[in-house]
Ligand binder design. Sequence first.
Ligand code: PGA
Length: 226
Amino acid sequence: MLIAANWKMYKGRRETREFLEHFEPPAGVDVVICPSFTSLAAAVETGRTIYAQNVHWENQGAYTGEVSPEMLVELGVAGSIVGHSERRQYFGETDETTAKRAEAALAAGLGVIACVGETEEQREAGEMEDVLRRQVGVLPRHDRLVIAYEPVWAIGTGKNATPEMCHHAHSFIKSLTDVQVLYGGSVKPDNAAALLSQSSVDGALVGGASLDVDSFTAICRAAIPS
Ligand code: PGA
């Protein structure tokens, strides 16, 4: 099981250090923390597995505001999220740029958590499988690539997918490619065990509930195989 914390644009260096000083990952679970770019160095110093939240596809060049795979490797960062729905929604990320970011990160030796998932409108229109087929179809096949299924309507909304909805989407993704699939979207201490107990769920990508040490620890504990 892999439990990843996506801290989004929360926690600068001081809060990152404070969290990691108090957080003891339970044995038997792989934990990845994804802080903001400015907190990466402080996070790496704690010896934990740290991923960025985004990465560019070139190793250098005139790309103002971007960070390259080589820069992350130099810092000791182990991987990156790519294609998060907030990047797609607010910053023009597409399936193609997501795939380019994933390919470059993998080529640099990084791990990748690639996010996919349908919007509420697409789900209601019966397009979930088409959307997932398209989003998954462009991604490279690689043993360091993990997919996070994050239905857009469940992110930060408190509306999580039911374990059955989650199982259906994960099984569909696994029918397309042999890959580990994390679930993301309003994972909380009180729903984590039910979601993680699905045979098709290999872990979780946690946003809001990963910002607090106790709630993130409880979610990590729910992932320990019984
Ligand atoms: P959430 O975010 O847990 O706050 O819904 C998940 C994510 O965006 O990765």
